[in-house]
Design a protein around this ligand. Structure first.
Ligand code: ATP
Length: 479
């Protein structure tokens, strides 16, 4: 088969996502809400599969990993002491000609110009805080101010004492969380790449300070390998260490995993060594803070966020390594990688989404060859029920009778395998008795067809398509 992976321009992906029910612009009927998207029936399955795989690989397959689900509404003091109230901002400028607004560091640094009208008549850059503010209860004053969290991490730090008190972990150990985060981005763009409401998959991994550089390296490699296991090609991934001004105020080192999105290489996940900064700033007793910490004295916290050394009895604050990935960016990377336009040997074109089977929204499609033959439909229904009982994820029955259309749809949404039930499957209409109780499997990627006995169907499909395997590298120190 002649294959050509054509230029996966973003518009093609956007169009596929809308046409096939992956991703819709939010509030479309009212003109759209900038920087907000909704997931349709296919998108929600893809997302749930990605999250479930991450959770299983991060939490279940490693020792001493604990889950958390903290609230989105965040206390203003949390974000005061974390530094977000003062520093979580981007530089913004306005175009005096067309009145559009730009994130200053996204413009050409040598020749900053409006990306809309090309004018260089721009205001001086000024900081714009990205946090969404809200008020709790009926009172609308400073005392009732709360925020929608700009990252899930702070909920992990403020729950540190509860988790260590209830689970008694020893370093190294990690706390994992998946959840929504909100940033009032100055210029949301590139479809779901930069949005105002998004979801993060974050780990805060607590380690001995002297081992933090090793763990940082470990997690960069682990996370890169994990994305490759999800289907991203190694040649489309780069790792870039942040330097100078790029580094956040709390970070000793940060390495970004970049993916080749349609608009170029950009951050998919960041892995930061956040030192003891966060626990120290939220801690009531800061005596044990390492001298290099740049923390402000906390006069509000009621908890000491540290671990007691069982031998020396001293209180020690661990360092933390934070792998933080965006779910929407993950989905966009997977869609970009999977989107394939092919020219078949007969000259026909097809569009196929080559998602890894464990991530595919629909696992199997059962297609009876004709819709007006009740026996075929009945058999197809029985097969659907049998497979659905054995396979995690949707197994759908397509009984429109238009097999070509069904194949096209399932190619485009990435269904790994279609099962056709035809007249040979039934005893009374089979052309050859050896074909009775067999069905045809059509492979999405190779288009190969094979005849399989219904008795062996579940096992065969599971063996061939649903053997996802990812084994994390063992912990390197402090096992
Ligand atoms: P960027 O430099 O692209 O603004 P960041 O460095 O501020 O991103 P982090 O604070 O490290 O991002 O957040 C961790 C992850 O959360 C990012 O790697 C990204 O995948 C995701 N993320 C951050 N901001 C957004 C956003 N506005 N839309 C979608 N995902 C986001």
């Amino acid at each position: 088969m002649a294959q050509s992976k054509t230029d996966t321009a973003l518009e093609h992906i956007v169009s596929l996502c809308k046409r096939r029910g992956f991703i819709f612009p939010n509030s479309h009927i009212y003109g759209g809400l900038q920087g907000a998207y909704d997931l349709g029936p296919m998108g929600v399955e893809l997302k749930r599969n990605l999250l479930a795989t991450w959770w299983s690989d991060v939490v279940y397959k490693r020792p001493r990993m604990y889950g958390l689900d903290s609230s989105i509404l965040t206390h203003q003091k949390t974000l005061h002491y974390s530094g977000h109230q003062d520093t979580f901002s981007d530089l913004m400028c306005d175009c005096r000609q067309c009145k559009s607004r730009w994130r200053y560091d996204h413009l050409d640094p040598k020749n900053p110009r409006c990306e809309n009208c090309g004018s260089d008549d721009l205001t001086d850059p000024r900081p714009f805080n990205l946090m969404f503010k809200t008020n709790l209860g009926a009172v609308d004053d400073d005392s009732s101010t709360a925020y929608l969290r700009p990252e899930t991490a702070q909920g992990i730090f403020t729950n540190f004492k509860f988790i260590t008190d209830t689970q008694s972990p020893k370093v190294p150990f990690g706390i994992a969380q998946i959840g929504k985060a909100f940033r009032n981005e100055i210029t949301p763009r590139h479809f779901i790449f930069r949005v105002r409401e998004f979801e993060q998959m974050e780990i805060e991994f607590f380690v001995k300070p002297e081992e933090s550089d090793q763990w940082h390296t470990y997690w960069v490699e682990e996370r890169k390998q994990w994305w490759i296991t999800q289907g991203l090609s190694p040649e489309n991934i780069q790792c870039a260490a942040q330097t100078g001004d790029e580094l956040a105020h709390y970070a000793r080192a940060t390495t970004d995993i970049l993916y080749k999105f349609p608009h170029g290489f950009e951050e998919l996940e960041g892995i930061a060594n956040r030192t003891d900064y966060d626990l120290a700033v939220h801690s009531k007793d800061q005596d044990s803070i390492s001298p290099q910490s740049k923390v402000k004295k906390n006069t509000d916290s009621t908890a000491r966020l540290a671990l007691q050394n069982t031998e020396t009895k001293a209180w020690e604050i661990p360092f933390v390594i934070e792998p933080s990935a965006g779910v929407e960016r993950g989905m966009l990377a997977l869609l970009t990688e999977a989107y394939t336009e092919e020219t078949l040997e007969n000259g026909n074109q097809r569009l196929v989404l080559k998602l890894a089977a464990h991530l595919a929204p629909i696992k199997v499609a059962i297609i009876p060859l004709a819709k007006n033959k009740p026996e075929l439909i009945t058999l197809a229904e029985q097969i659907q029920q049998m497979l659905q009982a054995a396979i995690l994820g949707p197994v759908v029955l397509e009984n429109s009778g238009n097999i070509g259309k069904n194949y096209r749809r399932h190619d485009e949404i990435g269904t790994p395998v279609c099962v056709t039930v035809d007249f040979d499957s039934l005893a009374e209409t089979a052309s050859n008795t050896s074909l009775v109780d067999t069905v045809t499997l059509r492979d999405r990627d190779t288009l190969e067809q094979e005849r399989v006995h219904i008795d062996q169907l579940s096992e065969h499909i599971i063996q061939r398509y649903f053997q996802y395997h990812y084994q994390p590298a063992p912990f390197i120190v402090g096992k």
